[in-house]
Write a protein that binds this ligand. Structure first.
Ligand SMILES: O=C(O)CCC(=O)C(=O)O
Ligand SMILES: [Fe+2]
Length: 312
């Protein structure tokens, strides 16, 4: 059998990544901050297991964000069965956020923090769900600890015309300690991304990959435009039906609305020509995907919609 070049090129700072709106920035944090950041976050962050399709996701997670004076806070919706409650930015994360905002030149008000406990922890291939992400903003992943590889792969429908059986273009971007990967929304629309597990034995790993006992913390900062009121009863903003605080609507749990949002997420994972305005423009007031009063057919519909979702 002819040899196939197995590993796509590795990209880094200065390279055209994805659609060209993405990049890798090295040394994002100053030495005094980065020095103890990992250990501080271990203590300061409220780590939780998260569930998706009934099982635990293979990493620990936490959610922090900007809580307004009236107690309202940003809401980032994605298909997980349950997400940890948002807490105000903890001290070290707050400092990291300041540096990120300076480099990005736009605010970020929400962070998903993930602890990959070893090379066995991973995040499967997905596109970030953008109903709640301020349009035109960028999503960033700050990496601390062991170096892991971000793999981008063109969505399946992005290779039309290249012929059936053509391998989908893919890019590998090693994410070193103290780096920031900037994911532009154009790249997110056309490519899927993943941090695959790395089960190679220790002796095959570089010092960067073995760093911090192979543990990695990533901080995914986003500029979120959808908000929940303090009591979590009402929702408003970009991804909701009521676009302003004054027109906030009661949240919806379960029902056909939940199935509709899950199907929209699925479309975003699969289609590169995803029409944001057509699918998300009207908004959705769904907070939780299930409700104790859901009927059996409603549960079945939701289950089916979730099964059709690839990745997260
Ligand atoms: O850990 C990372 O750098 C990637 C995280 C990610 O893709 C996400 O949170 O959506
Ligand atoms: Fe992601």
């Amino acid at each position: 059998m002819p040899y196939q070049l197995a590993s796509p090129s590795r990209l880094g700072p200065g390279d055209k990544i994805g659609e060209g709106d993405s990049e890798l920035v090295l040394n994002i944090l100053p030495p005094d901050l980065v020095e103890d950041a990992f250990e501080n976050m271990r203590k300061e962050v409220a780590w939780k297991a998260m569930h998706h399709r009934g099982g635990e996701v293979p990493r620990l997670v936490a959610v922090e964000g900007d809580v307004a004076a009236d107690g309202s806070f940003p809401l980032y919706r994605h298909p997980a069965d349950e997400s940890p409650a948002l807490r105000p930015f903890s001290p070290t994360v707050s400092l990291i956020r300041e540096h990120v905002q300076k480099v990005l030149k736009h605010p970020v008000n929400h962070v998903l923090i993930q602890h990959y406990r070893s090379g066995a922890d991973y995040i499967s291939e997905h596109s970030d769900k953008t109903i709640d992400v301020v349009r035109g903003s960028k999503i960033v992943n700050v990496s601390l600890g062991a170096q892991r590889v971000m793999t981008l792969r063109l969505k399946r429908d992005g290779i039309d015309g290249l012929g059936k059986g053509t391998r989908r273009p893919s890019q590998k971007i090693p994410l070193p300690h103290n780096s920031m990967f900037v994911l532009g929304l154009e790249t997110n629309a056309k490519w899927l991304h993943a941090i695959n597990h790395d089960k190679r034995p220790l002796y095959q790993k570089s010092p960067e990959e073995r760093f911090m006992n192979e543990e990695r913390i990533s901080l995914t900062f986003r500029h979120i435009g959808t908000f929940l009121t303090a009591d979590e009863s009402h929702i408003y903003g970009q991804g909701a039906k009521g676009k302003t605080r004054e027109t906030a609507q009661p949240v919806i749990n379960g029902t056909e609305e939940a199935v509709k949002l899950i199907k929209a997420f699925s479309k975003e994972n699969q289609r590169s020509g995803f029409d944001w305005e057509a699918v998300y423009g009207e908004g959705s007031d769904v907070l939780h995907f299930t409700h104790t009063n859901d009927t059996a057919p409603q549960r079945e519909n939701l289950h089916e919609a979730k099964s059709a979702l690839e990745g997260t």
